[in-house]
Design a protein around this ligand. Structure first.
Ligand SMILES: C[S@@+](CC[C@H](N)C(=O)[O-])C[C@H]1O[C@@H](n2cnc3c(N)ncnc32)[C@H](O)[C@@H]1O
Length: 443
């Protein structure tokens, strides 16, 4: 694996020719017809009059409505600029198709293509950035269809310097592909922050027994603790303390000690230095000090199809809640406000609530809000015929034993519900139906 070296090494070399007119990272943009002015987008006022037709005292809000209009309302009407701590969106992917739920109900259309789709996303992303707090982050879930176009748009809006990661997720099991290409089993999540000072709680995965035996193969004779040996020097010579003699030894040529000689002596006195038979010192790193394996940007164990073996709403393209748990835990704190303006079946909202965050969810599909209300009043359903008893017994579909998300707790989520006057009647019927059922099952 090749790693870049610091740029200063090249600065005085004549082979690096400055290009005239080069402005830096953000000197390009995606050009297409009808790309609207930033000022026009940001000044747009909401056209609807949102009515609260169901009230709860906590801040959780569900909006049944078109999300650009609701975002304008949140920004101008509710002054929520800079107030949202974390945004996750899973928009349509520009597949030019329609989606039905498991019970064959029409859920949503995904028929915007080309620049029409790009501008649809862009105007929403502009408002989302305005709503995001200065220490906030945004995660945009896409597939390979429009990923690169939206990456450029996000560079324009958030700045390429705020691009934090590009997560590749294995979305389903391997396919028996008939097309003459590689099986498509991945989708992607773009991760940006609003500024360079953003919330980050590094997610880790616990070691499997197999991995522990491989990574920490030694047992300390005195304490019985499992450990691995790591070098105590690092590349580069130093003139300071870490370049000096320790126990009569200098660091190897071109290297320095990773710790001061004083600190190395301290390790040695505690029995934390391993001496090889020919007198080579290495540091013992003990398993119990290990905080787990930092999560990398390829996520293999958060597939949606496997998740179908837990409990779901049956809404199409419903995401694995443990994927949301990872994102929410890493990029927000308790009581933070989380927004998903393509809420679908409410996965983000459910997980946010169970992790002690507040949420705002928006969707313009009646089937989507029906599923959200059902999820929060009657709970999730097992996939029935798809449930593989053997796998269930082996707990194969529980992502992490330390998870705080429990599909059985969805049904007690409290929220307020808002919609435009035009939809008040239909939404009221929906809420009465399911919340009446919730009360029936509670009492
Ligand atoms: C891929 S689904 C989201 C699924 C969701 N992540 C889940 O776990 O269930 C996309 C959602 O965006 C909604 N949507 C699409 N365009 C919208 C718009 N302009 N305003 C509000 N919602 C929209 C669709 O109704 C659909 O429910």
């Amino acid at each position: 694996m090749a790693t870049g070296v610091t740029k200063s090494i090249w600065d005085n070399l004549s082979c690096v020719i400055p290009i005239e007119g080069y402005l830096g990272n953000n000197d390009y943009e995606l050009v297409y017809p009808y790309k609207r002015q930033f000022s026009e987008i940001i000044q747009t006022l909401s056209k609807s009059n949102y009515k609260e037709i169901f009230h709860n005292d906590n801040m959780n809000s569900i909006y049944f409505g078109e999300n650009f209009d609701v975002l304008c309302h949140l920004y101008h009407g509710l002054n929520l600029g800079d107030k949202i701590n974390l945004i996750y969106i899973d928009p349509p992917f520009s597949t030019n198709s329609v989606f039905q739920s498991r019970n064959q109900r029409n859920s949503y259309k995904d028929d915007l293509i080309g620049s029409h789709y790009i501008e649809f996303m862009r105007i929403r992303l502009i408002l989302l950035r305005e709503l995001l707090s200065t220490d906030g982050s945004i995660f945009v879930h896409l597939d390979n269809n429009m990923l690169f176009q939206i990456k450029i748009i996000m560079d324009e809006i958030f700045g390429s310097k705020n691009f934090r990661g590009f997560i590749t997720r294995k979305k389903c099991s391997n396919k028996n592909y008939t097309k003459n290409t590689y099986g498509n089993i991945s989708d992607y999540i773009l991760f940006y922050s609003k500024t360079d000072s953003y919330k980050w709680h590094r997610p880790t995965e616990t070691w499997s027994n197999e991995k522990i035996l491989k990574e920490y193969p030694f047992i300390d004779e005195l304490t019985g603790r499992r450990y691995k040996k790591v070098p105590i020097h690092a590349p580069g010579s130093r003139n300071g303390e870490t370049g000096k003699t320790w126990k009569g030894m200098l660091p190897p040529p071109g290297k320095h000690w990773q710790y001061t000689p004083e600190k190395l002596t301290e390790f040695d006195e505690k029995g934390e230095i391993y001496w090889s038979s020919n007198g080579n010192p290495r540091r013992k790193v003990f398993l119990e000090e290990d905080k787990g394996v930092p999560v990398q940007d390829i996520w293999l164990n958060l597939q949606d199809s496997l998740n179908q073996n837990i409990k779901i709403t049956g809404y199409p393209t419903e995401k694995n809640p443990y994927l949301l748990e990872r994102i929410i835990n890493a990029s927000s704190d308790k009581d933070d406000l989380i927004l998903d303006c393509f809420a679908g079946s409410g996965t983000t909202l459910d997980v946010a609530n169970q992790l002690g965050r507040k949420f705002i969810g928006i969707d313009n599909s009646l089937e989507a809000v029906t599923n959200i209300i059902k999820r929060f009043s009657l709970g999730l359903e097992e996939m029935g015929d798809y449930v593989n008893i053997k796998n269930k017994k082996q707990g194969l579909f529980v992502f992490s034993p330390t998870t705080n998300y429990n599909p059985d707790n969805s049904k007690s989520t409290n929220f307020s519900f808002f919609t435009d006057e035009e939809y008040v009647d239909i939404a009221t019927i929906l809420l009465e139906k399911y919340l009446y059922d919730r009360n029936k099952t509670t009492y």
